[in-house]
Design a protein around this ligand. Structure first.
Ligand SMILES: Cc1ncc(COP(=O)(O)O)c(C=O)c1O
Length: 402
């Protein structure tokens, strides 16, 4: 057999972590706080059924949905992004600068195609989203971790590392961060945009959770502070509409948009038309506001239950994040507990049968960082199951401290 491409080797470690994430999900008896999928109740099945039937039986739309489309995406959906998602949040953008992608991840992938050569440095948060690390490694980039705290990425450490490593890109998840649920403060958002301009570094702002805010108030994205075009905003319809539709978008200034157009053409010509048409109709027919309220209420209740259970069942000395939105919280356990080892027992022990994601894999720097941490996803678990699962998991953790 011919040799595999070098990139297959570079991405092996993160690929294994991701495979591990999905491994336990198929056991129906397991209560899983592992995956990051939306709640099944948050998927607008009935609305999509109605729209899909209508679209397919309406001559012009039916043809449009099944025909080739334009590289940048369906014009109506790009208008939806500008008018329904960005403008109400104080973000000024033109539809020409929006590219519709196949899921949020494709935006990250395309921007890497445009900018990343083998050996380039990408600064990432510590911890960060493994799936994107896998993409960065596929492009043979080297990830360097930047400290973070409750207010998100530490901008002093960021500036020091920009000076030291001269990165091509900074990858940041500013709102309800994956895996921690933390949100980057407004001051730091502004600072990061300024650092991108000052040091000529691309800021990749990956913001798929920003629209699922159920407490606190909205913060402007980093992109809103960008005066030189160095910040690129990637977002997704996965958490507000449907992940299976594989829809996302990327907002970039003219020069970068032109290159993204070329990368998208060479990748898959354009994003699937049928989901684009359906999703655009979902917004244009006015379904989004009520749907959005419903999912926020649902996740707020799950967040409250999860936090209440951590406080009740986890040992004293546990630190946890109280997220104002999104699907995750992050717990740091006391007493030197190794969450990677604990996970095996939590999943296999018939009296526990609970999954979470061990913290270690989210830290690109390795060295045992995050070994006592866990990501707990409450999005797709009912409050009743959250209570049962957290009581069992808390009991297991406490038994280790005795
Ligand atoms: C931080 C982050 N970026 C990007 C994505 C990708 O979203 P999509 O499913 O739209 O590709 C996710 C999904 O979990 C995510 O958590």
């Amino acid at each position: 057999m011919p040799r595999f491409a070098q990139r297959m080797k570079t991405m092996e470690k993160s690929a294994n972590i991701i495979r591990g994430l999905f491994g336990a999900m198929n056991d129906p008896e397991l209560i899983s706080f592992g995956g990051g999928a939306p709640a099944r109740e948050a998927l607008p099945v009935d609305i999509v059924r109605e729209i899909a039937a209508d679209v397919i039986t309406t001559g012009k739309k039916g043809i449009q949905a099944l025909q080739y489309g334009s590289v940048m995406g369906l014009p109506e959906l790009r208008e939806v992004v500008v008018d329904h998602l960005l403008a109400p949040k104080g973000i000024k953008a033109k539809a020409e600068n929006i590219l519709i992608t196949s899921g949020g991840l494709e935006g990250v992938n395309l921007l890497c195609q445009v900018y990343i050569d083998p050996g380039d440095i990408i600064l990432v948060e510590s911890p960060t989203f493994v799936h994107c690390v896998e993409i960065f490694e596929m492009f043979e980039a080297k990830c360097i971790a930047v400290d973070m705290d409750d207010d998100g990425m530490n901008t002093e450490d960021l500036e020091a590392k920009i000076i030291k490593y001269k990165p091509k890109m900074v990858y940041v998840i500013p709102t309800f961060h994956n895996p921690t649920g933390r949100t980057l403060s407004l001051e730091r958002r502004q600072k990061i945009a300024e650092l991108g301009s000052k040091y000529d570094v691309i800021i990749l702002e990956d913001d798929p959770y920003r629209d699922i805010r159920y407490s606190g108030s909205d913060l402007l994205p980093i992109k809103a502070f960008d005066e030189t075009g160095h910040t690129v905003l990637a977002n997704s319809f996965s958490k507000i509409f449907s992940p299976g539709s594989r829809l996302g978008y990327i907002l970039a200034d003219d020069e970068i948009s032109a290159k993204l157009f070329n990368a998208k053409t060479a990748t898959n010509s354009h994003t699937s038309m049928l989901p684009q048409v359906i999703c655009a109709e979902f917004f244009k027919r006015g379904y989004y506001p009520a749907h959005h309220r419903m999912i926020c209420d649902l996740y707020r209740q799950r967040r409250d239950t999860m936090i209440e259970c951590i406080d009740k069942y986890f040992p004293e000395g546990t630190k946890r994040v109280f997220p104002d939105g999104g699907l995750f919280t992050w717990a740091e356990l006391p007493g030197g507990i190794n969450t990677t080892e604990l996970l095996e027992e939590a999943v296999k022990n018939p009296d526990v049968k609970v999954a979470y994601v061990a913290g270690e894999g989210f830290f690109t720097e390795g060295g045992g960082k995050g070994i006592n941490c866990m990501r707990l996803s409450f999005g797709s678990v009912t409050p009743e199951k959250i209570r049962v699962g957290m009581e069992r998991l808390g009991g297991l953790i406490r038994s280790k401290l005795k």
